[in-house]
Design a binder for this molecule. Structure first.
Ligand code: MG
Length: 159
């Protein structure tokens, strides 16, 4: 098969006393995402999209919470590890499109840096990565600032 498509989503709880890391960028904020790793929802959603495209389950299966090796892990590194699995299967990334759901802070100032980080991890041009952000309009867990969510779709091409 020449092309494969994958989608991924991830949610983490926002708490005080944690760093906020999205797309490998540390964003100064009063709260951060809770998780076993750095809880980077953007990298997790994208990793799941990549694994989905090659029919390899999800990151929970490849990098289990129960494994102490991944405690405090950098999710951009996990994304690179997932990409090496994709390459081993003979695929490269065509493009990826992401949406981050977060009430605050404004993410636009960090978008290009996130894009550059993700592009480097996926070994593509930043033009092949698109990052959008939306709020929860003060509704639901996103709107109440209880957590953040990210969604990703990716297209792979056979090399
Ligand atoms: Mg996660």
């Amino acid at each position: 098969m020449k092309f494969r498509i994958g989608q991924g989503a991830d949610i983490h709880r926002l708490i005080e006393g944690r760093k906020l890391i999205l797309g490998g960028v540390e964003i100064p904020w009063e709260k951060g995402l809770l998780g076993h790793s750095d809880a980077d929802v953007v990298c997790h959603a994208l990793s799941n999209a990549l694994l989905g495209a090659i029919g390899e389950g999800d990151i929970g299966r490849h990098f289990p919470d129960s494994d102490q090796r991944y405690k405090g892990a950098s999710s951009i590194e996990l994304l690179r590890a997932v990409m090496s699995v994709v390459k081993a299967r003979g695929f490269r990334v065509g493009n990826a499109d992401l949406t981050i759901l977060a009430e605050r802070p404004k993410l636009a100032p960090y978008r290009e840096e996130m894009r550059a980080n993700l592009a480097a991890a996926l070994e593509v041009d930043p033009a092949d990565i698109n990052i959008k952000a939306t709020t929860g309009e003060k509704m639901g867990f996103v709107g109440r600032e209880e957590g953040m969510m990210a969604e990703a779709v990716v297209l792979l091409e056979k090399t």
